[in-house]
Design a protein. Sequence first.
Length: 112
Amino acid sequence: MNGYATCWSVKVGVGARPPAEVGPEVPLTLREAAVLPELGGRFSAKQLRTAIGSGALAAEDHGGTLYVTRAGLRDWREASRVKPVRHVRETDADTQTALLAARESVRRLRGS
């Protein structure tokens, strides 16, 4: 064993380097990127290719081989995060007033 995590090593140039030595702007093939620890084994090279095709993930094409960077993957994941929904609290005075007005409008429209 090479002393690195058994499930991960990235070949850059000659030999393999641990993730800590692969900087944010180092070009990685999709197969290399798919096994990065920050992706947690949740994405395949095919899924990354799909994200590139949709324009969501930035990539470089060199001689028919697609490359991505850790920085690009981080930006893609950040942009893909689901934003929390702000729930309306009925305790806010303005919200309570608006809610009562809306209920009154609905009551009038229904004719009751």
